[in-house]
Design a protein around this ligand. Structure first.
Ligand SMILES: Cc1ncc(C[n+]2csc(CCOP(=O)(O)OP(=O)(O)O)c2C)c(N)n1
Length: 195
């Protein structure tokens, strides 16, 4: 058994709580399991699930946060996806959007492609990298107490914020969002402009 198979936090529960009473929160989810988790919590117009663009979730969150400075933006993505787009951390820190939070579901695996271990299964520490990039606040979350403390901060504390949530490595049933990218974009945009 690898260490992440014993982590207490379970991704579906974490994401359900991240998205509870989400209201007009703008959400971008990274490809693969984070998007399935968000859909399991309830498909919503103001969530934009990525089906590809690996490495781009945080940058899309940055663009949204800059374009909609009055709206709160949350990116929920995986450790593999975040590792592929690490430069985003530096750009986000430099831009300093106060309305942006990033939550990484760090199972230390590439879930979608067969649960291969990622670099976070070794010495790589994403929260430390976010601090190094210049984020004013970043932390690892390993347990329920830390998660309960972080949840309200993710919703309202001035950002940019980065939370690396260590979740159990587990294979869960797929809960797929709509697959048509044009539909998802139009739905998100219409809901954003209406709200
Ligand atoms: C550029 C690119 N490389 C590889 C893939 C294949 N791929 C899709 S999802 C995924 C793993 C994602 O892992 P992670 O972000 O850690 O999410 P997890 O499922 O583990 O929660 C990979 C490698 C891809 N879609 N695009």
């Amino acid at each position: 058994m690898t260490r992440s198979e014993a982590y207490p936090l379970r991704r579906r529960d974490v994401v359900r709580r991240l998205l509870a009473e989400a209201g007009d929160l703008l959400v971008v989810t990274g490809l693969g399991a984070p998007s399935w988790d968000a859909t399991a919590a309830g498909d919503r117009d103001l969530t934009f699930p990525l089906w590809g663009a690996m490495g781009a979730a945080a940058m899309m969150g940055l663009g949204l946060a800059l374009a909609q400075p009055e709206r709160r933006v949350l990116v929920i993505t995986g450790d593999g996806e975040m590792l592929m787009g690490l430069g985003a951390l530096a750009s986000i820190a430099v831009q300093g959007p106060r309305n942006l939070a990033i939550a990484v579901l760090d199972n230390e695996r590439y879930g979608e492609t067969g649960m291969q271990t990622t670099h976070t299964a070794g010495p790589c520490d994403l929260a430390a990298m976010a601090i190094g990039a210049g984020f004013p606040a970043a932390a690892d979350i390993f347990d329920e107490d830390a998660l309960a403390e972080a949840l309200p901060r993710i919703r309202s504390e001035p950002g940019p914020l980065f939370f690396n949530i260590k979740v159990r490595a587990e294979e869960l049933p797929l809960v797929l969002p709509p697959k048509d990218g044009a539909f998802l974009k139009t739905r998100f945009r219409a809901a954003l402009l209406d709200n």
